[in-house]
Structure formats: C-alpha cells, structure tokens
Design a binder for this molecule. Structure first.
Ligand code: R1P
Ligand code: GUN
Length: 292
C-alpha cells in the first residue's frame, strides 16, 4: 500500500535513540530548542552542558551546512532543563523528510513538552527590515503541496493521529508570551508577526517567485521549520517558532541585491544577543504539565 521508498524510522528506532540519550545524561528537558542558521549561540547559554556530536547519536543525520554546528546540547537555561539542537537538517541536504524531522520524535520521547524553533528567513513583507524578529503565526507548506509531507507513509498511533489538525500549529499563548517578553525587553520596534513559507531550497528565490509568495500571503520565506512543526504537533508537543529576517527578498527587477548565505549568517551574529535574551526569558516563563 505504501511505497517502498518510505524512509521513516520506526517507533522502536526512535525509542532506542531516546533511551541512548537518557542513559548518558541526568538532564530531563521539558523544552527543546532548534537553532536556525547562524543562531547556534542559543545553545551556548545552557549551563552544566552535556554535549553530543550528531555523529555519535544512533540514527541521527549529520549537519552539512555552515552555521549549523551539529551538536545536541543538554543543560539548564536559567535553571530550566532544556535540550538544544545546535544545527538542524534541511531537505536540500539530501535527507528524506522523515530524517529531517527525526529529532522532533526524539524530543518527544525524552519528555520534551514545548518546542521552540528559530530560523533565518528572507523578508517578503515590505514593512519588514533586516534584523526584525518575526513571531510565526502560521505557515505555507510548499513541499507539502507537492506531496512531500513528513507524515507520509504508515502512521504509528503511538506518535499521533493519521490526520492531524494544523490550524492550531503555533501556540497562541506562546505567541502572546513572546510579544509580552519582547516588549518588556524593549524589542517592540523590531518584533513582528507573520506567515512563514517553506520551500525546498537550496537555490534562493527568483523575483517572480518572491512576488508570488508575497501575493499568496507569506511574510517571510525559508527552507526549514515547517516540517519539524508538523511532526512536533503530530506527537502533541506545543510549538513556538520565530524567524530572524536576515535579508530582504528581492522583489524588484531594478534591485542590485542578491540573497546569499554570508548575509544570513552576518545578520544572525548582529541579532544573536537579543534573540538569545528573548528565547531564554520565554523559557523561564513557560508553564508545563498540560500547559499550565
Ligand atoms: O532555516 P535555517 O536553518 O535557519 O536556514 C536558512 O538559512 C539557509 C540559507 O541561508 C537555509 O538553510 C535557510 O533555511
Ligand atoms: N528560501 C530562503 N531562505 C532563506 N534563509 C535566509 N534567507 C532566505 C531567503 O531569502 N530565502
């Protein structure tokens, strides 16, 4: 019934990876964080670190992109137990989508209740500036439209239901918390909210593509996050995600701008401190156990 090319990991494979990790550290994280391109500094904030190189973790893929260190870091953030992916996986690295999203199921099985994802993205909304932080309120899943969804293949009910709802993918309380914390920290002038659109990459968008995505309702465009969000929501974790607008998407044929990864990493460096403060303060205020 399902194609032979299905490349997911079984529940037992995920369990084995989770148990392997739990056996090596006493940290029991309730929050899992995914660092976007150039945003790995978040992981450095963790105290009493236990660090695993992805190459040493059973079943884990390897990071191949500059700005993604390839380490899973356990520790505490202002006293709260956390686990942090210092580097994520992307479709364009050649990994099947089930491998790209495997860490979300590992997070779930080690006890994570809330996932915070960050990414670098191009700004499509003409009111956005480079350096803005966009709280993601919804997404457009372009690979999903083309039949590449991480939940394709047999469904294991131990993770979640066959047809998960996505209209509530991005937790509203956490969006409000981010707004409140950001405002308190004096970040209101660069805090935005909007819709993130994922594409397969690795080529950046053409001008016509940017114009189309903007017309379709996207405020920012990138090559990640959405697949992870779908898998995280499928297995019942609460999700918050944000984009750092690292570059303006080119919408105009007269523009001399050219999207490039160097600019993406450079903007990450410049906003790192504020982004880290925003996320770490949020972590201290997130309630757990049935979202209390
Ligand atoms: O989404 P993250 O991992 O932050 O990375 C973004 O930055 C890279 C392009 O510069 C792409 O991988 C894009 O998805
Ligand atoms: N697709 C895409 N990904 C990005 N990541 C950071 N900037 C961009 C961008 O402009 N387009």
């Amino acid at each position: 019934m399902f194609p032979e090319s299905h490349t997911g990991y079984s529940y037992e494979d995920c369990r084995a990876t989770a148990d392997w990790l739990l056996a090596q550290t006493a940290v029991r994280p309730l929050v899992g964080i995914v660092c976007g391109s150039g945003l790995g500094g978040l992981a450095d904030m963790l105290k009493d670190q236990v660090v695993f190189n992805y190459r040493d973790i059973p079943n884990f893929p390897q990071s191949t992109v500059r700005g993604h260190a390839g380490q899973l870091v356990f520790g505490t953030l202002k006293g709260r137990p956390c686990v942090c992916m210092q580097g994520r996986f992307h479709l364009y690295e050649g990994y099947p989508i089930q491998k790209v999203t495997l860490p979300m199921r590992i997070f779930k099985l080690i006890g994570v209740e809330t996932v915070i994802l960050t990414n670098a993205a191009g700004g499509l909304n003409q009111d956005f500036k480079v350096g803005d932080i966009m709280i993601i309120k919804d997404h457009l899943n372009m690979p999903g439209f083309a039949g590449n969804n991480p939940l394709m293949g047999p469904n294991d009910e131990r993770f979640g239901v066959r047809f998960p709802c996505m209209s509530d993918a991005y937790d509203r309380e956490l969006q409000q918390l981010a707004m409140d914390v950001g405002t308190e920290l004096g970040y209101g002038h660069f805090l935005r909210e909007g819709v993130y659109c994922v594409l397969g990459g690795p080529s950046f968008e053409t001008i016509a593509e940017c114009r189309m995505l903007h017309k379709l309702g996207a405020d920012a465009v990138g090559m990640s996050t959405v697949h992870e969000v779908i898998v995280a929501r499928h297995c019942g974790m609460r999700v918050f995600a944000l984009s750092l607008i690292t570059n303006q998407a080119v919408m105009d044929y007269d523009s001399e701008e050219k999207a490039n990864h160097e600019e993406v990493l450079e903007t990450g460096k410049q906003r790192a401190e504020q982004l880290e403060r925003l996320v770490s303060t949020m972590v201290t205020r997130i309630g757990h156990n049935n979202y209390s």
